[in-house]
Design a protein around this ligand. Structure first.
Ligand code: SF4
Length: 230
């Protein structure tokens, strides 16, 4: 059973309070889509593989204007679709997946985006991460989305020793209260893009440094390396 905000580990509660204070508790997804059109989020998440959210958000307004429904997207000519999403990279496979995904939504799910993880992950181009983004953002189903930032920072903060995303997801569900499962993804991505970057975490400026077991360890490593090189 998941821990609730009132119980559980005190250090975790302090970290979450600091994250809430720094980044707020607004659940807005980084990818733009119309809330009444959840299929648009599905398409955007497929496009976001190996691509920044900002780039996806530049591409999708024209894309959704050209094919404004699941049914329209399901019949999009492949070449035109590829052209429309070219800037997001891997456009051959993404275009194929998007069109096939919309055909499956149309033919098997009545044009709706399913909410259960099995149906979602049965769709082309939809892995567990994408499925959890949909479940969390569209259906408000508590879920932990593990991307590269979340995986790295969860380890640095001592929430997991795992590297496999499914195991990291499980550890985070154990460690965090349910009301932060969706939120922590957005907060940790924001932290990962600014202070806790992969190569050069800025621990000295980080508001979590008092609670983080990895704080400063990167500077020590750097100093040791420099000394060894001297
Ligand atoms: S203290 Fe350093 S390692 Fe810890 S979360 Fe902040 S930037 Fe990342």
């Amino acid at each position: 059973m998941s821990k609730q905000a009132s119980g559980g580990d005190e250090r975790t509660a302090r970290i979450l309070a600091l994250l809430d204070g720094a980044y707020g508790t607004d659940l807005r997804c980084f990818l733009d889509y119309e809330p009444q059109q959840p299929w648009q989020l599905l398409v955007s998440v497929i496009l976001s593989a190996q691509c920044t959210d900002a780039r996806v958000n530049q591409v999708t307004p024209a894309l959704f204007a050209a094919w404004p429904s699941v049914e329209a997207m399901a019949e999009a000519p492949l070449e035109e679709l590829e052209k429309a999403i070219y800037a997001t990279g891997f456009y051959h496979s993404k275009a194929k997946n998007i069109r096939e995904c919309c055909r499956r939504l149309r033919d098997e799910f009545g044009g709706q985006v399913p909410s259960d993880i099995e149906s979602l992950t049965s769709l082309p181009g939809v892995g567990r991460k994408t499925a959890n983004v949909i479940r969390g953002n569209v259906y408000g189903e508590p879920s932990v989305v593990v991307d590269t930032h979340v995986k790295r920072i969860a380890a640095r903060l001592g929430f997991t020793r795992e590297t496999d995303p499914v195991k990291v997801e499980k550890d985070l569900m154990e460690a965090l209260p349910e009301d932060h499962w969706i939120l922590c993804n957005l907060q940790l991505i924001t932290l990962g893009r600014s202070l806790c970057q992969s190569q050069r975490p800025r621990c000295g400026e980080c508001f979590l440094r008092e609670e983080c077991p990895s704080a400063g360890s990167f500077d020590k490593k750097k100093k040791t390396q420099t000394k060894a090189e001297e």
